[in-house]
Design a protein around this ligand. Structure first.
Ligand SMILES: [Zn+2]
Length: 508
């Protein structure tokens, strides 16, 4: 808005100066600058009243987190992806094969991933609980016979008993496929899709297991993705049954920074973050409220995506050391997933958990779900040579920084609401302290124009859990987030109104 107003006045001003010069009224020119400045200033003041609150600033960096993400290693990422490609074909259906050479197939890959988690755990005095979620998938459209699926995961239990039930989870899928869903013997390297995502989980586990966080982090590699998200579906249901309080799931699928020779449209400085708008589990009543309030872009998954942007601003900044000195930003995609595609984050959404998907900027579909071959001079197949390990490092750093920040911050405020009892240009907000929050937890009110994608303003309200601000709820979207003394911020909670008038059902 400010920019448009400035632009409009600049055009009027330039035109006026031109006219002034043309009519030899040059003596007016020096005064005109001052005059326009005053006019513009007062017009902007009236049109864009932001007298309350402060522009959003990045949270302070946590030196421990900064040091940890510097330890994410391009060599390790390269080794992890290379080893996974070395299993030749990681089709989930290969768990039924008895004729595979030793060291090939999905079961060999599962054993290797488990061994990695166990090695990281040994290096931190047994700090990880390494587990398997093993089950038999019954036949479906892309599973012809009962098939054993193994999800491998490692739990870094929270150090604060009051907060350890809060969990953040990072996942990638270790199964691969080529052109045929049924092929369990042909070369299906799956370097980008999705050894890259598994490498993100593994490296996050390796560097974060050296630290302690109040809340719990779960590092995961699932299978069965290519046949219909079977592994993640089972794990999400298991999490629900076990009462896991999953506050956020980061799914990394195709984060290899595909590098096709001659492709000028790939962008290695960004990663897409997909998130659902209206929650998959929203009730009819919630959907009606969301429609009335313009809350279509404030699901818990989307608030998580916004906090990923916030974490990026803290850790990928100009002047930072090492790899972080480079520009690297998440681009929020306000949709569940790409056209014609799905991913494991959706399994968690369906189970009622906030979850997002990281994917490289521009995919090359010749390098996904394809038999390795050269056809008309084009190389097909998800080969190692197209993966940019340096890019995967950046994605892993952003994931690890997000997990560490969220597991350090207090939980998201509970039961956030706008007290809407009467017509009022002020806004009264109230919320409850998140479960297990330390006594030194404080809160920030954040808000943005209804048409803005990300938070623009904030006000710190100390330890209060009820506050009135002179900003109209009719003009902005509010959120409330928790902050600890070191500045770690939780994802925001979208406040629902305490009173809600149901729209009339009949048309007028
Ligand atoms: Zn995939």
């Amino acid at each position: 808005m400010l920019r448009k107003v400035r632009l409009a006045f600049a055009i009027v001003f330039l035109n006026w100066r031109y006219q002034a010069v043309k009519s030899y009224k040059k003596f007016l020119a020096p005064f005109s600058t001052l005059f326009v400045f005053l006019v513009c200033g007062s017009a902007i003041g009236q049109m864009d009243n932001r007298s309350f609150g402060h522009p959003i600033l990045p949270a302070p960096a946590d030196p421990q987190i900064e040091a940890a993400i510097q330890k994410i290693s391009p060599q390790r990422i390269q080794q992890d992806i290379t080893t996974l490609v070395g299993f030749h074909n990681r089709s989930t259906l290969s768990s039924n094969d008895t004729d595979l050479p030793k060291g090939q197939g999905v079961l060999a890959a599962a054993d290797w991933i488990e061994a990695q988690f166990r090695a990281y755990s040994a290096a931190c005095g047994g700090c990880l609980e390494v587990k398997r979620d093993t089950f038999t998938q019954q036949p479906g459209s892309r599973v012809k016979q009962p098939t054993v699926i193994n999800n491998i995961y490692a739990v870094l239990r929270g150090s604060d008993p009051a907060q350890a039930s809060r969990m953040y989870l990072v996942t990638g899928h270790y199964d691969s496929r080529d052109s045929s869903n049924e092929d369990t013997h042909g070369f299906a390297p799956g370097a980008n899709d999705d050894a890259s995502g598994v490498a993100v989980s593994l490296e996050s586990a390796r560097v974060l297991s050296k630290l302690h966080f109040p809340a719990t982090i779960v590092f995961v590699a699932v299978a069965g993705e290519e046949q219909g998200l079977y592994g993640s579906h089972h794990l999400a249901e298991f999490a629900k049954q076990q009462g896991w309080n999953l506050e956020g799931v980061l799914n990394n699928d195709i984060v290899g920074g595909n590098t096709t020779p001659g492709d000028k449209l790939q962008n290695k400085n960004v990663v897409r973050v997909f998130s659902e708008g209206i929650p998959a589990t929203a009730s009819e009543q919630q959907i009606r409220m969301v429609r009335m309030l313009g809350g279509e872009s404030d699901s818990p998954s989307r608030e998580l995506a916004r906090e990923i942007v916030g974490v990026d601003r803290t850790y990928f900044k100009a002047g930072a050391a090492g790899l972080n000195a480079e520009t690297f930003h998440p681009v929020m995609e306000f949709r569940l997933d790409r056209y014609l595609r799905g991913g494991d984050h959706y399994s968690f959404n369906l189970a009622g958990f906030p979850a997002v998907r990281f994917t490289e900027w521009r995919e090359d579909f010749h390098h996904q779900h394809q038999n390795v071959r050269v056809e008309d001079g084009t190389q097909y197949g998800d080969l190692l040579q197209f993966v940019d390990f340096h890019y995967v490092v950046h994605v892993a750093q952003l994931n690890a920084a997000t997990l560490a920040t969220m597991a350090s911050a207090p939980g998201t405020p509970a039961n956030a609401r706008i007290i809407a009892e009467k017509l009022d240009n002020n806004t009264e907000l109230a919320w409850d302290a998140p479960a297990g929050a330390p006594a030194n937890t404080t809160y920030q009110i954040v808000w943005r124009d209804t048409a803005a994608p990300d938070w623009q303003f904030y006000d710190s309200v100390g330890s209060a859990t009820r506050v009135t601000v002179p900003v109209s709820k009719d003009n902005v979207i509010f959120g409330v987030r928790s902050v600890d003394p070191a500045g770690h911020r939780s994802p925001a909670a979208f406040p629902f109104p305490s009173r809600f008038r149901t729209p009339p059902l009949s048309k007028k």
